[in-house]
Design a protein. Structure first.
Length: 232
């Protein structure tokens, strides 16, 4: 594997891994499994916001349809709005952070972040069966990659996870954008924001989508290799 990596430039590795990520998330069951990592980041965005705003996190659920729930308590409605708002931007920011780490060769640091997040959730927050099983198995995969200590495997795995989170963060935002416009009472975080603020769900959908799109565009420009580099 190392020999193969040496024959490929960074752009070729990046886009080959992107293709692998796209294939993985389209495979039944396996795709749902790996897409759940975006759910983990999304729900932890809510949890982190609640903690920073002097609130509490009661529990987090990761579900087998890639949806999730973070049950939190906050001292005021305005803080509850910030908690509800935080999920989508946090997930795309985590993807950007992971691309930055990968671009600088800090994949092992990225794996440490992933395993720490998984274990914190397993210990403190997640209590539903699917969530527990997912966290245990995902932690096992991370530990296996670390134990094998193959630089090429570590890079490909971490980059693949980064691309899955990036793609799913964008896709899930587009879904909630549609729901916010077409089905405002069934739009998850958007519905909560509309109820708390008395501002139409469509406005919140446009605002969140705009922020996520801006972060995604910056990430694309800053961390995606130029296609011309595929053919040095």
């Amino acid at each position: 594997m190392k020999a193969v990596m040496l024959q490929l430039n960074e752009a070729q590795v990046f886009y080959a891994t992107l293709l692998l990520a796209v294939i993985l998330i389209r495979i039944p069951l396996i795709g749902v499994y790996f897409r759940t990592v975006n759910t983990l980041f999304h729900e932890n965005g809510h949890a982190l916001a609640a903690i920073l705003l002097s609130g509490e996190v009661n529990r987090i659920e990761l579900k087998n349809d890639t949806s999730g729930t973070a049950l939190t308590k906050t001292p005021s409605g305005s803080r509850a709005m910030l908690v509800a708002f935080s999920g989508y931007p946090f997930a795309i920011l985590c993807a950007a952070l992971f691309f930055w780490l990968s671009g600088r060769g800090y994949e092992k640091t990225g794996l440490l972040i992933l395993i720490s997040l998984a274990l914190i959730n397993l210990t403190l927050f997640v209590r539903n069966t699917y969530g527990i099983v997912w966290l245990l198995t995902f932690s096992g995969i991370i530990l296996l990659v670390h134990w094998l200590s193959e630089p090429a495997l570590t890079k490909i795995f971490f980059l693949c996870i980064s691309q899955i989170v990036f793609a799913e963060a964008i896709f899930s935002t587009l879904v909630v954008f549609y729901l916010g416009l077409a089905k405002p009472k069934k739009a998850g975080d958007i519905t909560i924001l509309a109820r708390l603020s008395h501002i139409p769900a469509a406005i919140w959908a446009i605002l969140i989508t705009g922020i996520v799109a801006g972060i995604a565009w910056f990430t694309f420009l800053r961390f995606f290799p130029a296609p011309a580099q595929l053919f040095p």
